[in-house]
Design a binder for this molecule. Structure first.
Ligand code: C5P
Length: 250
């Protein structure tokens, strides 16, 4: 399996209100990160033109829309994402085994027919905003940790490529699912910013520690965009990842 450049592991979240702002960031950072993440806010605001713009700039896109619907609908949405040139997208594992398996096989088939590369499909197991008491209220008699483990195994069994996971769960998932399974870790904070961070991320981790524990990719949002010098912050993160995983395998 090929090695991964530290930069490739860095996904920059375009959590922005305006298309122009997103365009500016893509142009500025396309050579400094491996992928851009387009989420619900930006996509709802400006639609597919942001995907076109990122692809035009020869950069990669992770479409973070967390599909959760009947198998047919998710499969068709996934095929449209593939046609846009998206490199990776996600679904909610709680949408069920059948949904995940059918989406994967529909995409596989469509990618052959259209001669396009199948995007990586990853699953969100348990949202970081869901804790044990939320699960109880939903009528699920499990802990968040047990539910994460269960949904991770289901994702793997359905043949998806990986999961989104907090820094806390990386090692458990890596040992359950093997080397090739993709683990995308959000909630990444660096040194000082981590101490000062007064935001909504509860389970944070540093870039180096995430990669050391086995994350394939880390999602960088406010820790980069709200820093004084985002380019310098990215450079430091790249260095930190390089120290943590010099030539580590994918
Ligand atoms: O700014 P910050 O680093 O908190 O951004 C994290 C990004 O990762 C956001 O786009 C958020 O939607 C996403 N995310 C997350 N936690 C998850 C899944 C995705 O923070 N469990």
């Amino acid at each position: 399996m090929d090695r991964m450049d530290p930069k490739e592991r860095m996904i920059l979240a375009l959590d922005l209100e305006h298309f122009q702002e997103a365009q500016k960031l893509v142009k500025e950072f396309k050579d400094h990160v491996g992928m851009f993440k387009v989420g619900k806010q930006l996509f709802t605001h400006c639609g597919t033109k942001i995907i076109d713009f990122i692809k035009m700039n020869k950069a990669k896109v992770f479409l973070d829309l967390k599909y959760h619907d009947i198998p047919n609908t998710v499969s068709k949405a996934g095929i449209e994402a593939m046609k846009l040139g998206v490199d990776m997208f996600n679904v909610h594992a709680s949408g069920g085994f059948t949904m995940m398996e059918e989406a994967r096989s529909a995409l596989q088939e469509a990618s052959k027919k259209l001669v396009m590369e199948r995007p990586k499909i990853i699953a969100v197991t348990v949202l970081t905003s869901i804790d044990d008491s939320e699960l109880q209220r939903l009528g699920l008699p499990v802990t968040a940790a047990e539910w994460t483990r269960k949904l991770t195994l289901l994702t793997k069994e359905a043949g998806l490529d990986g999961v989104v996971a907090s820094g806390h769960d990386i090692e458990m998932i890596r040992s359950l699912c093997g080397k090739a399974f993709i683990i995308v870790t959000p909630g990444v904070r660096i040194g000082q910013a981590m101490d000062n961070a007064k935001d909504d991320q509860k389970r944070t981790i540093t870039p180096g520690e995430a990669v050391r524990r086995g994350a394939t990719y880390i999602v960088l949002g406010r820790t980069v965009l709200a820093s004084k010098n985002p380019k310098e912050t990215l450079r430091q993160i790249e260095e930190e990842i390089g120290r943590a995983a010099p030539g580590q395998q994918k």
